[in-house]
Design a protein around this ligand. Structure first.
Ligand code: NI
Length: 398
């Protein structure tokens, strides 16, 4: 039998293949729930590694199951596969071949890295105590997202998942680093549309009208008091009315005003309270001012919360993979991420693989038409880290 390379070395050894996979996917981007070619590519690769593979989970999702030689726990490793409706402006050989669609968030690299992890772990079946579930999910970018329907189709069962891990490539971090954050990491991203109905008429005769603009103004001011007076100051919340539309000209009081807002929170209790209080406040103020209001409240992804013990495991592995000085403690951000659905149900950790490279001009942020990453430097780091985290979780050496 051939002696196997240590995991980190093996990750660098297969680096060129992981990079080639990422560039193939980059050239063939697909939007959420349309990842047909990507799913086929993923399934073919998994099967070639000898991994039991199921396709068509939540439409275009793929699940691979690798049973180790010894029984034990089950770990779920997740990658998202969807691209964005952006026209790529990079001039690279692997530029998107689909007009108006681009892997501008790096999900191509997530898929390629997880395929690399699958290959390394499949080669180490004899070392694995337990089962590894590889989850390639559709549509992270567009709520309600692909994670939720995959869970509804039973991806956390049979065998039951004990922990979940995933990574996001990060242009906010230099290549060669790994970013970790314990606890709440990404905010819940909810929002609402409020329609305030008044009675229109002549602007010089307000007493014959019900002015929805003045009602909206009262509502907007009062909404901020929910954050300042009803949310525990030690827990964060943001309410931003990002859009307010009413009226046409200065001498007409319009019939209605429409407000659109986003609500970001980390704490589930704060989130639920605001979802109740915001419509109550708006309809109450409207009624007090003789208007009527209708509030459509929309829940987006829940907050992503990393388990402290699982984050410790990731941190320990990251120190070994890139060295202690290259492990970055990240601050939480208010952006949404549907990995949160998995981490709501099982403990785990979602962490970041640095990919920015100033020297090579790979500096553009996520969702930018010139987004590109140092894949050669970043992907082997991600493969090594995720594979080692999975092995260490299963084999109980944390
Ligand atoms: Ni993303």
């Amino acid at each position: 039998m051939v002696t196997k390379l240590p995991l980190a070395e093996a990750a660098w050894e297969i680096g060129p293949q992981v990079v080639a996979d990422r560039r193939y996917l980059h050239q063939h981007p697909e939007l959420g729930f349309q990842e047909e070619n990507t799913a086929r590519f993923v399934a073919e690769k998994l099967r070639s590694f000898g991994i039991e593979t199921r396709t068509g989970v939540a439409k275009t999702g793929v699940v691979g199951l690798l049973r180790g030689d010894r029984p034990g726990k089950t770990v779920l490793l997740r990658a998202d596969m969807d691209a964005l409706p952006i026209e790529e402006l990079n001039d690279v050989p692997y530029k998107s071949g689909t007009p108006g669609v681009m892997h501008a968030c790096g999900h191509d690299s997530h898929t390629a890295m997880l395929l690399g992890v699958a290959r390394l772990l499949a080669e180490r079946k004899d070392e694995i105590k337990g089962t590894v579930k590889f989850v390639f999910q559709p549509s992270e970018e567009v709520p309600p997202g692909g994670a939720k329907p995959m869970i509804e189709e039973g991806v956390l069962e049979d065998p039951r998942v004990d922990a979940a891990f995933g990574v996001h490539i990060g242009q906010d971090l230099p290549v060669g680093t790994i970013g970790v954050c314990a606890g709440p990491t990404n905010a819940a991203s909810d929002g609402f549309i409020a329609t305030i109905k008044g009675v229109g008429g002549h602007a010089a005769r307000p007493h014959g009208c019900v002015d929805p603009i003045v009602v909206a103004a009262q509502c907007i001011g009062a909404l901020q008091t929910l954050v300042s007076r009803e949310v525990n100051p030690l827990r964060q919340a943001v309410i931003t009315v990002g859009s307010l539309h009413a009226g046409t000209v200065s001498n007409i009081i319009p019939e209605e005003a429409i407000m659109k807002a986003t609500v970001r929170t980390f704490d589930e209790e704060v989130r639920q309270n605001l979802a109740e209080r915001i419509p109550a406040l708006i309809t109450g103020i409207a009624a007090a001012m003789r208007a009527e209001a209708e509030v459509q409240y929309r829940f987006g992804y829940p907050a992503l919360v990393n388990d402290p013990a699982m984050t410790d495991l990731v941190r320990a592995v990251a120190r070994e993979v890139v060295g202690p000085d290259k492990v970055v403690e990240r601050e939480p951000g208010m952006g949404g991420e549907d990995m949160s659905y998995f981490l709501q149900r099982v403990p785990g950790c979602f962490f970041r693989i640095g990919s920015r490279n100033y020297e090579r001009g790979l500096i553009h942020g996520h969702h930018h038409p010139r987004f590109d990453i140092d894949d050669e430097g970043a992907l082997p780091v991600g493969v090594a880290a995720v594979a080692a985290v999975a092995l260490r979780f299963l084999n109980g050496e944390a």
